[in-house]
Design a protein around this ligand. Sequence first.
Ligand SMILES: NC(=O)c1ccc[n+]([C@@H]2O[C@H](COP(=O)([O-])OP(=O)(O)OC[C@H]3O[C@@H](n4cnc5c(N)ncnc54)[C@H](O)[C@@H]3O)[C@@H](O)[C@H]2O)c1
Length: 245
Amino acid sequence: MVKDKIAIITGAARGIGFAIARRFAGEGATVIIIDLAQDAVDEAVAQLTTDGFSAAGYAGNVVNGEQMAEIFKTIHARFGAIDILINNAGITRDGLIMKMKESDWDAVIAVNLKGTFICTQKVSRYMMKQRHGVILNIASVIGLMGNSGQANYAASKGGIIALTKSTAKELASRNIRANAIAPGFIRTPMTDTLKPEVVESYAKAIPLSRMGEAVDVANTCLFLASDLASYITGQTIQVDGGLIM
Ligand SMILES: NC(=O)c1ccc[n+]([C@@H]2O[C@H](COP(=O)([O-])OP(=O)(O)OC[C@H]3O[C@@H](n4cnc5c(N)ncnc54)[C@H](O)[C@@H]3O)[C@@H](O)[C@H]2O)c1
């Protein structure tokens, strides 16, 4: 489905991003991991190449426009195309609105929303020239339903959904599709810190009665990145076990 495609995934040294990288690599894509720390990037790339997959990686911060432009230029020169961009890098800095520090608001909006914009802007340059491409943005069900204690995160993810629709409208004429994925509660290092009773209470609210796995998100990304989804753009696909409907 994505054989021989060049796929860049941000925040892919671990968690959902790494699961996406592994799934795409398993289907024959060349995956390029971008994450903050060089050693974490190297380790993730080594795990994939040891398994016989085609992978490369670059250390970078999605908020740094100049750095990201340089990285994408290097990737394009090295691989000759950028077929798929998955904006997955994301952070949380939870707190009630009354107590939230402005720096925590700014950090979450910067990484989650501005980072998605920056990577989309820099990569779409190459996609527009080659007249094809797929952009997938990892949002969250929190961006659809809001959450107490996550005003910054909810606003960033709601913003990503609106950004995705604008991207889809602007780039459709160049044969570039853009869709958002809204995961529910997925088992990753980001959610491993939750107390067991919290996980249990979440699971009770989910019709499929379990937290999701990172591969559930990766499978949806694979479908949306492939030609099977060639008539789907500007959509937000929930991967949440039926949590909200
Ligand atoms: N885990 C969940 O339940 C869940 C649910 C909905 C949405 N999501 C979203 O999925 C994405 C991945 O989440 P995860 O659970 O795998 O998180 P994670 O914390 O395990 O992984 C996030 C990765 O992003 C990287 N990162 C953070 N800031 C970055 C930056 N400025 N530049 C580059 N890389 C950066 C981190 O180093 C880390 O490797 C996030 O966007 C998150 O909001 C997760």
